[in-house]
Design a protein. Structure first.
Length: 364
């Protein structure tokens, strides 16, 4: 397959759930990073992987008869427990959020997962071949950033591409390409919650920063007040065992906990990228000549101070109160119950905050 070549560093972004386009994701990333010292847009080829078309095609086919469609999904993995909830909640004339967010999560975990992964693999193959065609691989870097539901999609797709999980051998190509991903950033990681196959926290996954494998480094970034990032949270309990091939596992994997709050929608990709703990790592991964600012700790302290008001305090309290519920989630219906508990903890005067939580982009 012929591709154009580029001599820039590559930043490949896989979006979360919602109605994203290449343009909206590009705008969010570039508008956020352009205000951060050290970002050099002239040295970066920003590539965005989208998969909305898979969900949109399904919705278009289902639009004529939703009840029949729900019956067709009955009995599929992760769906049976949610069937009654979906039947009660579905109102295609009024609930756009349900169609474009909540239902998509259900679909990914049941019937649409494989086509989504194939779409991601197709686009990623094209981008990686373009990166390879640019040459000078020792002097350039390739970084993947996945956000929210995109972390589950990215994990499942990357594992298949490396381990030979696709029927079309043309997509089982990662182990044959003469490159490794320099860094993989999992932001608001849902891969443990929404896994469609292998456990992403096990040693069986190909998506580990092991020597000679898929990637050099992995960063798992989560915000302590992001409800989505706290559900079935991705954690490596024994890093030495998980990366037994490495003498210094800590050099290859970092768990990054974020704290500062500057907007109610703490889940958004842009809000995550603003945190110095995250964007400094990202800039280090992209640019070999980047050096962290000398006042980094001061920048972190200033960011952590955030914006303090009643709504943000309510968000902190409800997320903390639901902590145990998040860890005990086993099914889609459990997710719904967890978010009901989060919303129940808010005073009715915080209706705007409840709306913002629903608009986080993945599960509500």
């Amino acid at each position: 397959m012929a591709t154009e070549s580029s001599t820039k560093n590559f930043l490949i972004v896989i979006h979360g759930m919602g109605q994203h386009t290449r343009e909206t994701v590009t705008d969010e990333v570039t508008s956020t990073m352009s205000g951060i010292s050290g970002w050099d847009e002239q040295k970066v080829e920003l590539k965005v992987i989208t998969y909305n078309n898979v969900f949109d095609d399904w919705r278009e086919r289902a639009q004529e008869d939703w009840n029949k469609t729900l019956q067709m999904l009955d009995g599929r993995v992760h769906f049976t427990k949610m069937k009654e909830t979906l039947e009660r909640s579905l109102d295609v004339d009024k609930d756009d959020f349900f169609q474009t967010h909540w239902l998509d999560v259900v679909l990914y975990m049941s019937t649409i997962g494989d086509p989504v992964q194939l779409e991601v693999a197709t686009q990623l193959t094209r981008f990686l071949e373009e990166y390879f065609a640019g040459g000078n691989l020792d002097g350039r870097n390739c970084v993947i950033v996945a956000h929210s539901l995109g972390t589950a999609v990215a994990h499942d797709s990357l594992h298949k591409m490396w381990a030979g999980g696709f029927e079309d051998e043309g997509h089982n190509n990662l182990s044959r390409l003469p490159i490794s991903i320099d860094a993989f950033f999992q932001i608001a990681n849902t891969s443990r919650l929404l896994k469609s196959g292998i456990d992403p926290s096990s040693r069986k996954t190909a998506v580990r920063p092991a020597p000679g494998a898929l990637m050099h480094r992995m960063y798992n970034c989560w915000h302590e007040c992001d409800p989505i990032a706290r559900i079935k949270q991705f954690r490596i309990k024994d890093l030495d065992h998980w990366l037994a091939e490495r003498e210094t596992p800590n050099s290859a994997y970092k768990d990054i906990r974020l704290q500062g709050i500057h907007q109610i929608n703490v889940h958004s990709l842009g809000h995550y990228l603003k945190d110095p703990r995250l964007h400094v790592r990202l800039l280090q991964s992209l640019f070999d000549d980047y050096r962290p600012p000398q006042d980094l700790q001061d920048q972190i302290s200033k960011h952590d101070a955030g914006a303090i008001d009643d709504e943000i305090e309510a968000l902190k309290k409800t997320v903390e109160d639901a902590k145990e519920t998040f860890e005990n989630i086993e099914s889609i219906s459990d997710i719904a119950e967890a978010f009901r508990k989060v919303q129940h903890g808010l005073d009715t005067s915080y209706s705007e905050l409840v709306t913002a939580i629903k608009e986080l982009g993945e599960i509500a």
